[in-house]
Design a protein around this ligand. Sequence first.
Ligand SMILES: *[C@@H]1O[C@H](CO)[C@@H](O)[C@H](O)[C@H]1NC(C)=O
Ligand SMILES: *[C@@H]1O[C@H](CO)[C@@H](O)[C@H](O)[C@H]1NC(C)=O
Ligand SMILES: *[C@@H]1O[C@H](CO)[C@@H](O)[C@H](O)[C@H]1NC(C)=O
Ligand SMILES: *[C@@H]1O[C@H](CO)[C@@H](O)[C@H](O)[C@H]1NC(C)=O
Ligand SMILES: *[C@@H]1O[C@H](CO)[C@@H](O)[C@H](O)[C@H]1NC(C)=O
Ligand SMILES: *[C@@H]1O[C@H](CO)[C@@H](O)[C@H](O)[C@H]1NC(C)=O
Length: 433
Amino acid sequence: MLIFSLDTMKPSRGKLPLSIIAIVICVSAFIGVLYTEDVGSLSSTSIINLKSCSKQDPLANSRESAEDNKTEDDLDDLEADEKTEFDPRRCSIYKGKWVFNSSAKPLYSDRTCPYLDKQVSCVKNGRPDSDYRHWEWQPDDCTLPRFDPTVALEKLRGKRLMFVGDSLQRGQWQSFVCLVESHIPEGRKSMRRGRSHSIFKAKEYNATIEFYWAPFLVESNSDLHIIADPKDRILRVDSVFKHAKNWIGVDILVFNTYVWWMSGLRIKSLWGSFANGEEGFEELDAPIAYRLGLKTWANWVDSSVDPNKTRVFFTTMSPTHMRSKDWHHEEGIRCYNETKPVMKKGYWGSGSDRWMMGVVTSVVERMKVPVSFINITQISEYRIDGHTSVYTEYQGKILTDEQKADPRRYADCIHWCLPGVPDTWNQLFYAYL
Ligand SMILES: *[C@@H]1O[C@H](CO)[C@@H](O)[C@H](O)[C@H]1NC(C)=O
Ligand SMILES: *[C@@H]1O[C@H](CO)[C@@H](O)[C@H](O)[C@H]1NC(C)=O
Ligand SMILES: *[C@@H]1O[C@H](CO)[C@@H](O)[C@H](O)[C@H]1NC(C)=O
Ligand SMILES: *[C@@H]1O[C@H](CO)[C@@H](O)[C@H](O)[C@H]1NC(C)=O
Ligand SMILES: *[C@@H]1O[C@H](CO)[C@@H](O)[C@H](O)[C@H]1NC(C)=O
Ligand SMILES: *[C@@H]1O[C@H](CO)[C@@H](O)[C@H](O)[C@H]1NC(C)=O
């Protein structure tokens, strides 16, 4: 049982930065719509974090020494090429730009990959433009290795990979599955979807690629039966085991959590014994509740994960694009009709909160078990063109033409089309795998 000092938990009222208030208001206004009417698709908010390459690349050393002993013949040309160019310790893979390449093709489509949810199948849902599928992330200082499905599967041989978090994390999971699945023959793969736990199996690799639904990571009354009104949600900020018991024995864990914490300025939080039932909650400012929740998660990781057996990643927050003013498109309607990324270097909109990112960083810094960030925030900030917008579903059904004509109400600027931006998140992840 965790003991929290009450002092550290006291909400620092009046100290919330304006930025967080702006984000919360933007996100919650929209989420409000989604939640009341489309509970299913709301399960899509999330956060993403990747640790910066300089800090922790547990593989770097072994990779290098293993290479020393390899003869030229051991390396196939492509791989040799990539390895000489790519050294995650020397390259900030998060600094760079998006480059349009019309001959770069996604490795799958929403017609070839049978595992994509309607929510993210933009082409099937009628998205007419295609440029958004041809942008490649190009770091300034190196060439990012291309995602090689066979190599990725080989790295997963005999292992369980699990993505844990919200619907954005579910998108990253589906992207990963779709990136590799066409390299596995029919009958040698299987998919079992569950309400909270879904498992894709690659039989001859004895590998699984799994998703576990836990939008706050910690427990809440809104995990499985999503409560539409954020004000009625109550979080057990010191309690994670109900979810975490499903993470035991996994070889590679990839977590996220962010957007769900942004649906209100205050979060009803419970901790300690629940003798008072759900009445015993206290309302905490979102960043404070977030810190408590993350600490609970960190504590579990530190006490239950053997770093010699299990690698832990954290996908940083996925930016939302709710304010077209951010990118000086005054007449725009959120991300609706955007077909090009923002090109301004270092662009950062109001849909990702640096303070919340700082909370994650400071919690992770104090952990014993190394956690690598998949830092998708900056690179995704540019991609105002990558969201599902009106090419998504609503109450389980693809938007009707009438609904598509009402982007103010229906455009979803939280989730991402697949194939699309999350494929690049997995390319970053792959670089560390
Ligand atoms: C490389 O070879 C040397 C000498 O043959 C050996 O001592 C060392 O353990 C090898 N390193 C790896 C990573 O295999
Ligand atoms: C564009 O994509 C193609 C196909 O993936 C690749 O061969 C080529 O090198 C890329 N061009 C640039 C400039 O990156
Ligand atoms: C398959 O992988 C699991 C771990 O995910 C391991 O426990 C089991 O021994 C493996 N089986 C074979 C036949 O390699
Ligand atoms: C991990 O391995 C190292 C070196 O083999 C060892 O010193 C350490 O005790 C191990 N840690 C755990 C948690 O087993
Ligand atoms: C969105 O784009 C379509 C096609 O380019 C155009 O017909 C429509 O007027 C645009 N809508 C808005 C609100 O900009
Ligand atoms: C992620 O990258 C951004 C800038 O690209 C940086 O400000 C932030 O600190 C990084 N976050 C983490 C958790 O490393």
